[in-house]
Design a binder for this molecule. Sequence first.
Ligand code: ADP
Ligand code: MG
Ligand code: MG
Length: 207
Amino acid sequence: MTCTAEGVVSALRAAVAVVIAHRDELVRLDREIGDGDHGENMRRGFTALLSRLDSEPPATPGSALKLVATTLISTVGGAAGPLYGTAFLRAASAVGDATALDGPAVAKALRGALDGVVARGKAEVGDKTMVDALTPAVAAAEAAGDDMVAVLVAAADAADAGAESTVPLVARKGRASYLGERSADHLDPGARSTALLLRAFADAAQS
Ligand code: ADP
Ligand code: MG
Ligand code: MG
C-alpha cells in the first residue's frame, strides 16, 4: 500500500483532531517543567492547518508536508514551532515530487524530520526533548520493511516508548533545563506530542 496526497491529508486531519483532544494534557505536562503553553501552541498551529488544508488542498504528499511546515512556523511559536516546522520542511524535501509514498519513502521522510530537528535544536538522545521520541521512531521505521502501514506503526510504537523514556531524565535543552534536577520524574511535553502525531498517522494509515 502507498499513500497519495489524499492519504497524507487524511492523516493530517487525524493529527489535528488528536492535537485538539490532547491540548489540555500537553498544557499540563508543559506546566510541570516549562511555561504551560505547549498544548495551546500546538492547538493553534494544527487548527490553522485544518483551515489551510480546506482552502489550499495540496496536490502531492510533499506539498502537503510543506504546507504543514509553513503553517506551523507561522502559528505555533515557542521552541516547538520552528522545530516542528523544520521537521516537516525536511520531510517534504525528503519525499520530493513523489505522487505516492511507500514504506521506505515514509521512513526517509521521518529521517529528514529528525535531521531537521537536530540541525535546528542541537539536542541529543537523553536531553529530554522530542528527539527522544523521534530518534527511536526513525530507527524502527527504517527497520520495518516496505509496508507503509508497518513502517508507521513501528514508528508510533517506538515513539511511545521513547517519550516514556524521558520521564526519569534531567532536561539538558529547552525551558525544562532551567529546572535542573527538578525536571526529572516528568514526561517531556514535546516528546509526548511527537508520539501523539506519529500514533495519529499510524492509526489513519490503518483505517
Ligand atoms: P517553549 O518551551 O518555548 O514554551 P513549547 O512549550 O511549545 O515551547 O515546546 C517545548 C518542547 O520543545 C519541549 O518539551 C521539548 O520537547 C522541545 N524542545 C525544546 N528545546 C528543544 C531542542 N533544543 N531540541 C529539540 N526539542 C526541543
Ligand atoms: Mg512551553
Ligand atoms: Mg513558551
